[in-house]
Design a protein around this ligand. Structure first.
Ligand code: SF4
Ligand code: SF4
Length: 506
């Protein structure tokens, strides 16, 4: 629980000033915060968004598409499946753009809404809230939990502690499975883990993430936000005077001080208070409900995750005393000090929006340039060429290894052909089946031999074209997706890839 003494000392040393004071960090000296349960508009929004996000996190791996898991990072096969799109390592630039777009979207939102991510969307906040909910169910409210901490060792205390940690451990293990379900088939993973029949490395990773979850959400909680999260440190650079943050209206609240509660006023007004006092009744609720243990009345602090619990708590107090709400509220510096309506279009916001638009454009361009076939031609390194058969039908052969990758999620037929430079004076022939079947998301290593006449093509005893000066020709391998008859169906879009190599001759 937050140290009341420390808050009292803050209030007693606080001058009767209407100006915002210099921020003072007020984290509980005991180190353990038993957050008071709070109801209210923002807590309802937070609970709903957290529940929704946690549900989405667990359910996504169970969505199937075309008979397979729709979202899967297949580490062993080095492929990322997302519905009908398969990304191979070469396509991972798209993922890089996606992460950058997400970062700029976050920065853009932060300029106007402050740390909305921290308070309402961050997994650390969501899982911590879930673990605190379990704790409250097992050990009771914050008064009970504080009393239990101080109570001597007893059967009741041990059984409550064991129950809480067991429930946390199960939740952590489910979370570990939920995370790993993005990397391996989800349906069998949960069964394997809970029946202790998983493979060694699968088990290691699940238990590792379970341990991280248990420590983060059960023990570290706000310490992650205060000491480990880089975002809490650099987010202030995105703020400007239009940014909405949880703020205390010092001009209205000071001088703070306790007072008797009058009967509920018919008309709410801030005038029904003792002379010399502001609207803050110094009830300390805003500190008791704060998950990071700070006193927002000290001004903007990096520890504030903008969860809105103190807003709900203070509004509850204001209502009880018949005062106007929003002594603590989500508001901007401009609104608080100059009574100005905040504008979303600040220079920073425009900058982040432009960067976000560029990232989105890059994603679209990358996806459009993504091919469904990939071809890699590797020349036989053992010999440059082979001369086969005797005169007069002597031919030269070059051997290649074609690595053809079917990046789609269906098995497909491919036709292999070879093209030559139009200036070449030789005839070429590819010696292969020319039609191959490659399974979905698989790579085929396919050796092919290309043969060519030894002598240039001649008409009436003379070469039809200029005799080349080089001892090789440029040859182009072309792989085209076709139907089983080896034709391109009229309804089919041309799916073709080509790569150039060299054909050597004596
Ligand atoms: S000061 Fe208020 S908004 Fe900030 S973390 Fe504490 S309770 Fe949440
Ligand atoms: S909850 Fe409101 S009234 Fe109570 S101490 Fe905090 S700011 Fe003052």
């Amino acid at each position: 629980m937050s140290d009341p003494a420390s808050s009292e000392s803050v209030s007693s040393r606080s001058p009767a000033s209407s100006a915002q004071r210099i921020p003072i960090v007020n984290v509980s000296a005991s180190g353990k915060i038993h957050v008071r349960e709070q109801k209210g508009v923002f807590q309802k929004i937070r609970q709903h968004t957290n529940t929704l996000l946690i549900a989405i996190f667990f359910l996504i791996p169970f969505i199937n598409f075309n008979g397979r898991q729709a979202t899967l990072f297949d580490v062993t096969e080095q492929q990322f499946f997302f519905f009908n799109t398969t990304l191979w390592p070469q396509d991972f630039t798209v993922l890089a753009w996606v992460f950058m777009a997400a970062a700029f979207a976050l920065f853009f939102v932060t300029v106007y809404f402050g740390r909305i991510w921290c308070g309402f969307l961050c997994p650390q906040t969501a899982w911590t809230a879930m673990f605190m909910w379990i704790e409250a169910k097992v050990e009771g409210n914050h008064h009970h939990r504080t009393a239990l901490d101080k109570a001597p060792l007893s059967v009741s205390k041990v059984s409550k502690r064991v129950s809480k940690h067991s429930a946390w451990a199960v939740m952590a293990l489910i979370t570990g499975c939920g995370f790993m379900a993005y990397f391996m088939p989800a349906r069998s993973l949960y069964i394997d883990i809970f029946s202790f029949s998983s493979g060694f490395w699968t088990g290691v990773w699940v238990w590792f993430f379970a341990l991280c979850t248990y420590l983060n959400a059960g023990w570290m909680r706000e310490m992650m936000c205060l000491h480990c999260c880089p975002y809490s440190r650099f987010q202030a650079v995105m703020f400007d005077s239009n940014t909405k943050t949880v703020s205390y209206d010092a001009a209205r609240g000071e001088n703070r001080g306790p007072r008797k509660r009058n009967k509920r006023q018919e008309t709410q007004t801030s005038d029904n208070k003792p002379a010399g006092l502001g609207d803050c009744v110094d009830c300390h609720l805003c500190v008791d409900v704060c998950p990071t243990g700070i006193d927002i009345r000290n001004g903007l602090q990096y520890e504030c995750i903008n969860c809105g619990a103190c807003v709900d708590a203070c509004n509850q107090t204001m209502e009880k005393f018949g005062y106007l709400p929003n002594l603590i509220s989500f508001t901007s510096e401009n609104a608080l000090e100059k009574n100005q309506k905040p504008s979303i279009w600040s220079t920073k916001a425009i900058g982040y929006a432009s960067a976000l638009a560029i990232m989105l454009l890059m994603i679209v361009m990358d996806l459009q340039s993504k091919t469904d076939i990939e071809l890699n031609v590797i020349r036989d390194r053992q010999s440059l060429y082979r001369i086969v058969s005797n005169e007069p039908n002597q031919v030269i052969e070059n051997t290649y290894l074609l690595k053809i990758r079917n990046k789609t999620q269906q098995a497909s037929f491919y036709k292999i052909s070879v093209g030559v430079d139009t200036m070449s004076t030789y005839e070429f022939e590819i010696q292969t089946d020319k039609l191959v079947l490659i399974k979905a998301a698989e790579q085929l290593e396919y050796p092919v031999t290309v043969s060519s006449s030894v002598k240039p093509i001649t008409v009436g005893g003379s070469s039809t074209k200029q005799v080349p000066t080089t001892s090789y020709d440029a040859v182009t391998f072309i792989v085209t997706e076709v139907n089983s008859a080896g034709e391109i169906a009229s309804s089919q879009t041309l799916n073709q890839v080509a790569q150039e190599s060299r054909f050597f001759r004596p």
